[in-house]
Design a protein around this ligand. Sequence first.
Ligand code: GLC
Length: 439
Amino acid sequence: MDEDKLLEQAKAVLKLNDRGSWTVPAGELYPHQWLWDSCFVAIGLRHLDIERAQAELQSLLRGQWSNGMLPNIVFAKGKEHHQDRELWRSYLSPYSPTKVATSGLTQPPMLAEAITAIGEKMKLPERRSWYRQMYPALLHYHQWLYGERDPHKEGLIILLHPYESGLDNSPPWISELRKHSMPWWVRLVEQLRLDGVVNLVRRDTRHIPPGQRTSNIEAMAYWAALRRLRHKAYNSEAILSHSLFAVEDLAFNCILVRANSLLGRMAETIGRRLPQELASAMGCSEAALEQLWDETGGIYYSRSFISHKLIEEPTIATLLPLYAGTISKEKAARLVELMSSRKWFKANWPVPSVPFSSAYFDPLKYWQGPTWINTNWLIIKGLENYGYHDKAAQLRQKSLELVANNGLNEYFSPINGQPAGAPNFSWTAALSIDLLKGS
Ligand code: GLC
């Protein structure tokens, strides 16, 4: 593998997608700023240009709502994007910012990791001043998560739409959607097989083969769910009083547990104390994660907030408790074992986004099979947390070979490495840089 060449290619992708102080995930398909994408981008950019990496995160804060929520999308200006902004209508909420249009939902809380990663590249005085700058917004965000999205004070954050998980069409969400959130008219369209019409209004399938994306039926049901949230002006309480579609998402909560510990360390570095209420809410999350463990299957799952039942659909999230870093060594060993099993996650090009044995598995279908570089990056960190340094190094090497051989795409077949989704994808480029630099 030619590492220098890969580094140059990755830098070129970030340049192509650079919009001044923020980066689009992929020019044509995703022309706005996304929350966790920008966090991953900043993690790569810190090796090239610290100030530009800082700007990437600061521009995310343009979109922060006055209640602390960080939206998953900050929309680009310009007439050509009017339709995207109108789909969400963030202005319906009294908390949304007035200067930019945003979505009304959040995404996995990677911000603490990105701020810290940049901080690691600085000497202590600069690091302190960087943390001081970002701390209030980060704190407010975590307060919003616990204040608004943990209504029963269980320590697990609930998500109200699959977009918030970042793993849009992941099996637990699809199974919940089919059980609780299929409007009659979507079922009718499905029965009459009229869903092809939806291609006329879908932007993604204009750029990417439909077999690599969410199905039309799922896309319609997602759109209907989004309209319901919009109708309630994105007010969680109002939404929850009517919805059957709320999930304690495993991946999100694992990322949060890690983010909480980073927030705590950041507070220490700058000599602040976390507000008592938040500190005790955060304290519950580690133990609450254990409620997502299924003793029979020996794995973690997401859970329905409504029925309080585990949603028994294994996915890449199954491995993310390693990244959370708070599970026992025995459970970590069990997850590592799943990575070496052909029925589960062992692949020519690991790690598939759902296990091979899942009925959902499809090597090129978005979050239902392909390998993604961001989840590999999280798993590499997780393996390191538990001292599996060789396995982490192997996965790092495999991830880099995958992109060096196939291009910096959005995702790849775990079977033969075929690139899929958008080409020139920002987080693939940024995290390749981070993996090359040995983070
Ligand atoms: C898709 C992905 C999400 C990502 C976004 C922009 O919606 O599922 O994780 O943030 O695209 O890249």
